[in-house]
Design a protein around this ligand. Structure first.
Ligand code: FES
Length: 625
């Protein structure tokens, strides 16, 4: 997709030209790239315009009146309106493009447009790229010897379609088998299949969140916008390393490894696709599109592209905008012509998962200045509002995944996920109601903030002497002890009380790991704020994303200094935003285009070449006192 761009004084592209649209009588003003249709601009911003075809130009219900500004009538307008109506500015909103600032009158709704709530509370008006049309055609005669394709396309003359070979193979048998009553399957402007009878109600897509650790698949009913089934699995690449760097290193050590990793990514995606289809009773051949959001390394590997240049300075992507890919290219056995929408990365360490996350959170459309933080081994940070966006990546290390923590583990059964402390007692919440076996990222953060709050951990990150602990928290002092030469705080005795070696504990070194992670993240967002000329208090909302961010308590994130000190209600767990963004891309072509446009709107700030990074990092090691 190409967007018009303005030129700044240096002749550099300065982003797409934007226009202001005022929708009456609601008085809602929206700012969108020029060239967007009045229908898309409205639905993109949650303003409902009548429609039963979702903006495909077939229902003629999206009538609006342009009160001020230019919108030349299209060929379809000339069929839909009388000349006097055209003169009065009546247009079909899904065909009228916003060329300049425009005021539009929207009549009251007669039908209710289909919409779905996805992303961070976003209302998306359904307009998938996939559509089905049921057609009843005249049979050929000696007087009407049009080809099968001509006959079919003539019945859909509001669309300019191309047919692919698969559709050409299907068309003849379908027409003759079903007495010329068939369903055309269209993706954007390509006819991909022709099916006997009316199958127009069966139309599905699968959204994948391809994580380094976990992969999630959501089967979506594209006719209604509702999820039909969800499944998740560990990424089968796990044996090659826990994080992206170890997987890249594995490909560098052995040239065969890339092929094996690609195969394992495909296997994970294929198994999940089969699982969600089976669960919902959907034939995989009814899935016509998939969307995939993943970090740059996972995306490169899944596409069979060598990830090595991502792992070494200057960290270069194979491509930002990816070519058209089919689901089959990713090993996913659905409809043979199903397309795959792969979210493009901004940079080597701000990947397509973040593009999807920004789309889901609507950061590029919100007036408020918001800070988006996706916490993981690599922490992606984006700051901005609808006028500008800055992004960076901070190497947080493996503390949040539990990997660098002595008793750390992944957020699985047996992991302590919540720790509550008073001076007298300690309470643990464990995943799966099991005996505690270790500490996952959120438990680690809870334990450390609890100790800071009680004064058992000072702001430099040191566990206080035992006598001091006995004064401050008499009920917990016996848990503060040593293992070898190292000071530890015991969270749960697995054997006899006092047997530290058989316990789940937090060590002094673990606290240091968390400090490093926190310092990297805080340095990242502070540098972005500085680049934008803002103070921490200017941040109006903090979105915590990713599997870890979603479990982190906002109060603790503030207490640790992981996020700016804004009110606790302004720190929001955004959940799995990458998966939500992938769903939005399947449900709405407008949202998909918005995701692509983000590539032009986000400015990437590289931290690794900044001379002041180390000093700033050291300054951020202390916990707020
Ligand atoms: S939305 Fe159906 S014709 Fe415009």
């Amino acid at each position: 997709m190409t967007l018009p761009a303005t030129q700044d004084a240096d002749g550099l592209a300065a982003g797409p030209v934007r226009v202001d649209l005022l929708y009456e009588p609601s008085g809602r003003k929206v700012r969108v790239p020029a060239g967007v249709t009045l229908f898309d601009a409205a639905s993109w911003n949650g303003i409902a315009i009548d429609s039963t075809c979702g903006g495909h130009g077939t229902c003629k219900k999206c009538k609006v009146q342009v009160l001020d500004g230019a919108a030349p009538p299209t060929a379809l307008d000339e069929r839909a309106f009388r000349p006097d109506e055209l003169r009065d500015g009546w247009r079909l909103a899904c065909r009228a493009e916003a060329a300049g600032d425009t005021t539009i009158h929207v009549p009251p709704l007669v039908t209710r447009p289909k919409a779905a709530t996805v992303g961070v509370g976003r209302q998306v008006i359904l307009r998938p790229a996939v559509q089905k049309r049921y057609l009843e055609l005249d049979e050929p005669t000696l007087a009407d010897q049009r080809s099968d394709l001509e006959r079919l396309l003539a019945a859909m003359d509001d669309l300019e379609l191309r047919a692919d070979l698969h559709a050409l193979r299907a068309i003849g048998p379908a027409l003759r088998q079903a007495d010329y009553q068939v369903t055309a399957v269209i993706v954007d402007d390509v006819l991909i299949d022709v099916q006997p009878g009316d199958t127009s109600g069966r139309i599905f897509g699968i959204a994948f969140d391809l994580g380094t650790t976990t992969v999630v698949a959501t089967l979506l009913d594209l006719a209604t916008g509702t999820p039909a089934a969800v499944a998740s699995a560990l990424n089968a690449q796990q044996p090659f390393g826990a994080d992206v760097i170890t997987r890249i290193s594995a490909t560098m050590l052995d040239p065969e490894t890339l092929g094996r990793l690609t195969g394992l990514a495909h296997q994970t995606l294929a198994e999940l696709a089969a699982e969600v289809c089976a669960e919902a009773g959907v034939d995989p051949a009814e899935v016509y599109e998939i969307a995939l959001a993943g970090n740059a390394t996972m995306t490169h590997i899944a596409l069979g592209i060598d990830p090595e240049p991502l792992g070494v300075a200057p960290f270069i992507l194979a491509a930002r905008l990816l070519p058209e890919v089919l689901a089959a290219d990713l090993g996913v056995a659905v409809h043979p012509r199903a397309r795959a929408v792969v979210f493009p990365p901004f940079g080597a360490y701000v990947g397509g998962d973040i593009t999807a996350g920004l789309l889901a959170s609507g950061m590029d459309r919100d007036q408020r200045t918001r800070l988006f933080i996706d916490i993981g081994t690599n922490c992606e940070i984006v700051l901005g509002n609808r006028d500008w966006l800055l992004a960076t990546a901070a190497p947080a290390g493996p503390a949040f995944e539990g990997a660098a923590i002595r008793c750390g583990m992944r957020a699985a059964d047996g992991a302590i996920e919540v720790v509550t402390m008073t001076p007298e007692a300690l309470d643990l919440k464990v995943i799966g109601d099991a005996e505690p076996a270790g500490l996952c990222g959120s438990g680690l953060v809870d334990a450390v903030t609890g100790l800071i709050r009680l004064g058992l951990l000072d702001s430099s990150g040191r566990l206080v002497p035992e006598e001091r602990a006995a004064e401050l928290a008499p009920g917990l002092a016996s848990r503060l002890t040593t293992l070898g030469a190292e000071r530890v705080f015991v969270l749960h005795w697995l054997g006899e009380p006092g047997d530290v070696a058989h316990s789940v504990y937090l060590s002094q070194r673990d606290v240091r790991e968390l400090q490093f992670a926190k310092a990297a993240i805080a340095t990242g967002w502070r540098i972005l704020l500085e680049e934008a000329g803002l103070q921490p208090t200017d941040v109006q909302q903090v979105l915590l994303a990713g599997s870890f961010g979603s479990y982190l308590s906002p109060a603790n994130a503030i207490r640790l200094g992981l996020v700016p000190e804004v009110g606790v209600l302004r720190v929001v767990s955004a959940g799995n935003v990458a998966g939500e963004g992938a769903k939005m891309a399947l449900l709405s072509v407008r949202e998909r285009a918005g995701g692509l446009a983000l590539l032009e709107e986000v400015r990437y700030v590289e931290l690794s070449d900044r001379a002041d990074f180390n000093d700033r990092f050291v300054d951020q090691l202390a916990f707020p006192s």
